[in-house]
Design a protein around this ligand. Structure first.
Ligand code: KIV
Ligand code: ZN
Length: 567
């Protein structure tokens, strides 16, 4: 062996020449037939394959998701696999609308054993395969194409012969053939061997055979695969006798793209696994494929509305972990760390509420988290990279405080400073604690001891309000009185007239309020924007069952915060 040292030792993929390809102009408009290979391809790739109980639980989850074709194993491969097949059939686990699929190599004794294993089942796909690729013919089988074809057609003959009495006995038995390593096979030869198998299985348009075309090891760009597939389908005599099925693995990390382009190129069925479990880098991920369709307005005909439950079952039964950034399911996929993303999400959610639109139009969230049973709460996490909008978003969505826009930078800076100080992301409760410490429980240098309002309503909307009260300051009480066109104005004027010029130089800028409920208790929250004596912005928040008291508290809160800062 005289191996070249690095990348030079690899043989580049030779694309299939094709004239007038049509797949690039197509889109996916309907769901394929889904077949789960979790219990076979997925299971065989586990460090500890699933036991009977785990396989049964997994099987029932697949049924609940809505998968109608489920490859349950390789019953001729081991006693355990055989027993599991028998338990599924005899234990009555298989609903009438679900077809089980069993895999077998194109070898006589294994085929015979497989027929034993499926006795008593109602709907079965018998899936047989042999490897056809140039490389396998050369290094594994040392056989030419005719010899490889003979393996497949001999198996097809035996299967067809053994199937007749079984079908006569009432079983709905269908056939599937995989030219294993299809992606490494010359397409003309792939079409030739598949056509021979179709002939030997007596396939017709009424009784089509599944031709499953595995990307056993992903070896090319997804568009190159689509070219191969379109070419293969054109070459296949009697295409209507076949259901074209894909079985992509994910060695280049493009299993999903290969599948999607394969569907454009004419495939109508997909073999996949939950979260992409399977040999090496896995089989293609059924969840991503289905939810990709969902986000394009296409019904995938699979139910992932409680993705966390499915993930929990998957991790328990397979002892595998779903990555934190795995599409549609990972712990972090509905989380925005960047401040500009948080702002945009916030605006998108507001837009949706205000416009009443029926469509999902939120930037940075390609899917409504609720569609997979996830919640809005964890969408935004606050760390030192987050912008002002993130903290405001948490305050609104987690705690019901709709902070005025002008206040976002002030509170955002407080949150960011704390996140820098502790050196990690802040949880919503910590953000609320900061809000409480900064506004609701700010030390009360000045406080409202008691007060009353007297209102004199005039013609039209005009009214005149008198404030009379006592403000506590450093243990002493100060009488305060003032008049204005409303309670806030009257109170503000009363503050200006306090003795010793105690509170002077503050300018009123703006005011906002809203109701906030927790359980049956509703209170008013008021936000006040003032300019302090140096002309700097300062905000205050007040909360009370009484709307006037909430605004007076907010004014004093702003002043107390300003005093605390030494203004
Ligand atoms: O990946 C593959 O080629 C397979 C076949 C047995 C279908 O799993
Ligand atoms: Zn496979």
């Amino acid at each position: 062996m005289n191996l070249k040292p690095g990348f030079e030792k690899y043989i580049p993929f030779q694309p299939q020449p094709i004239e007038g390809r049509t797949w690039p102009d197509k889109t996916i408009t309907k769901a394929p037939v889904w077949c789960s290979v979790d219990l076979r391809d997925g299971n065989q790739a586990l460090i500890d394959p699933m036991n009977l109980q785990e396989k049964l639980e997994y099987f029932h989850t697949l049924v609940d998701i809505g998968v109608k074709e489920i490859e349950i194993g390789f019953p001729s491969a081991s006693e355990t696999e055989y027993e599991i097949c028998r338990e599924l059939i005899e234990g009555g686990h298989i609903p009438d609308d679900v077809t089980i699929q069993v895999l077998v190599q194109a070898r006589e004794h294994l085929i015979r054993k497989t027929f034993e294993a499926i006795q008593g089942a109602k709907h079965v796909i018998l899936h047989f395969y042999n490897s056809t690729s140039t490389l396998q013919r050369k290094v594994v089988f040392h056989a030419d194409c005719d010899a490889i074809t003979k393996i497949a057609t001999d198996a097809a003959d035996l299967i067809y012969e053994m199937a007749q009495p079984v079908i006569a006995g009432g079983m709905d038995l269908r056939y599937e053939y995989s030219p294993e390593s299809f992606m490494g096979t010359e397409m003309d030869y792939a079409a030739e061997i598949c056509a021979a198998v179709l002939d030997h299985l007596h396939a017709t348009a009424e009784k089509p055979v599944i031709l499953n075309l595995p990307t056993t090891v992903e070896n090319c760009l997804p568009n190159q695969f689509a070219d191969m597939l379109e070419y293969f389908i054109r070459k296949l005599p009697g295409r209507e006798r076949a259901i074209i099925s894909l079985h992509p693995h994910n060695d280049r990390g493009t299993g999903v793209a290969t599948t999607e382009l394969g569907l454009l190129a004419g495939a109508e069925r997909v073999e996949a696994t939950l979260f992409g479990n399977g040999e090496r880098t896995g089989n293609v991920d059924m969840v991503t494929l289905a939810m990709n369709m969902w986000t394009q307005g296409v019904d995938p005909r699979l139910d992932f509305h409680d993705i966390n439950k499915i993930k929990e079952m998957y991790e328990r039964c397979t002892k595998m972990e779903v990555g934190k950034r795995q599409p549609y399911v990972g712990e972090l996929v509905f989380t925005a760390f960047s401040g500009s993303h948080q702002d945009a999400i916030n605006k998108g959610v507001h837009y949706m509420k205000e416009s009443g639109t029926d469509m999902w139009e939120v930037p940075y969230l390609p899917i409504d988290p609720a569609d997979v049973g996830r919640e809005y709460e964890p969408i935004i996490r606050i760390n030192s990279q987050s912008g002002k909008g993130g903290a405001a978003y948490i305050m609104e969505h987690d705690f019901g405080y709709d902070l005025p826009k002008a206040m976002h930078p002030e509170f955002g800076a407080i949150v960011q400073k704390e996140s820098d100080r502790v050196g990690k992301e802040l949880q919503p409760e910590q953000i609320f604690a900061l809000f409480d410490r900064e506004y609701l429980s700010v030390p009360k240098t000045y406080q409202l001891v008691r007060h009353s309002f007297q209102e004199d309503a005039r013609h039209g909307d005009a009214s005149w309000v008198k404030f009379q009260g006592v403000i506590g300051y450093q243990g002493a009480d100060m009488e305060a009185a003032g008049e204005g066109n409303g309670p806030i104005d009257a109170f503000f004027n009363a503050l200006h007239q306090l003795p010793r010029g105690a509170i002077d130089g503050y300018q009123f800028v703006d005011y906002q309020e809203h109701a906030i409920s927790s359980g049956s208790d509703t209170q008013a929250v008021c936000y006040i924007h003032l300019k302090d004596p140096k002309g700097e912005d300062v905000f205050g928040v007040g909360k009370s069952h009484n709307i006037n008291r909430a605004s007076l508290r907010a004014i004093l809160c702003a002043i107390n915060r300003s005093v605390r800062q030494g203004n």
